[in-house]
Design a binder for this molecule. Structure first.
Ligand SMILES: CC(C)(COP(=O)(O)OP(=O)(O)OC[C@H]1O[C@@H](n2cnc3c(N)ncnc32)[C@H](O)[C@@H]1OP(=O)(O)O)[C@@H](O)C(=O)NCCC(=O)NCCS
Length: 190
């Protein structure tokens, strides 16, 4: 994707970053060695909400290591960002390497509102990916733990995700188990 005129993009976060930093990290059930946390993800790294300026920091390059991102214009990106921000139910979270000014990892928590379970909320973890050169540095664990705790903090009655069989053991680290339900889908477009 071509660099976009900086004036169109800014550092306004998709959601209040304090909610990440105020999580009770002692409730995290995964082991981190060395110890890292949302407030202190490692040297030169920052864990924070997505902002539109991340378009020029390689956000799509990282997402592209998970799946086909297709071609999106900056206007489309901003429109989708604003929609998510306005809804208040999207927590697109990134890790930035501030020395490089590059996004190196991302994951999303989406909150679904239900009429069932006394009008409860359900969390969904989506689009977890760490850039190839940064894998194995606990960033995938950090993002998944953070968003799982966040869903609890937001009073979700449960949290779910879909993953390939090869990633099942990764998510078991955070307390997820394989459901007896089938994941069904129908694809309309690529
Ligand atoms: C899966 C992914 C997010 C993990 O992130 P990562 O930064 O490489 O992993 P971390 O350094 O945070 O975690 C390492 C730990 O997870 C384990 N782990 C990493 N990937 C794993 C996998 N696919 N299956 C099982 N365990 C895995 C490691 O063994 C290690 O365990 P330990 O802490 O007990 O030593 C990353 O490999 C990735 O981006 N993969 C491609 C995209 C993808 O498949 N995303 C998941 C979509 S559902």
């Amino acid at each position: 994707m071509m660099p976009v005129a900086t004036m169109m993009l800014d550092d306004t976060p998709m959601f209040d970053p304090n909610i990440l930093h105020e999580l009770d990290w002692s409730e995290n059930t995964t082991t981190f060695s060395p110890a890292i946390s949302p407030l202190d993800p490692g040297d030169g790294l920052v864990l924070r909400p997505l902002c539109t300026a991340d378009l020029n920091r390689g956000f799509f390059k990282v997402l592209g290591q998970l799946t086909e991102t297709g071609v999106a214009s900056p206007e489309q990106f901003i429109k989708t960002f604003e929609h998510m921000k306005r809804s208040g139910d999207y927590y697109v979270t990134v890790v930035e390497d501030t020395n490089l000014g590059q996004i190196v990892a991302t994951a999303t928590l989406v909150i679904e509102h239900k009429f069932t379970h006394s009008c409860a909320k359900r969390g969904r973890i989506e689009d977890v990916v760490v850039s190839g050169e940064c894998r194995g540095k606990q960033l995938g664990k950090l993002l998944t733990s953070t968003l799982t705790l966040l869903s609890k903090r937001l009073n979700c009655y449960k949290i779910t995700l879909e993953c390939l069989p090869k990633n099942v053991d990764f998510y078991k680290k955070f307390g997820y188990s394989v459901s007896e339900e089938n994941y069904m889908f129908q694809r309309f477009f690529n």
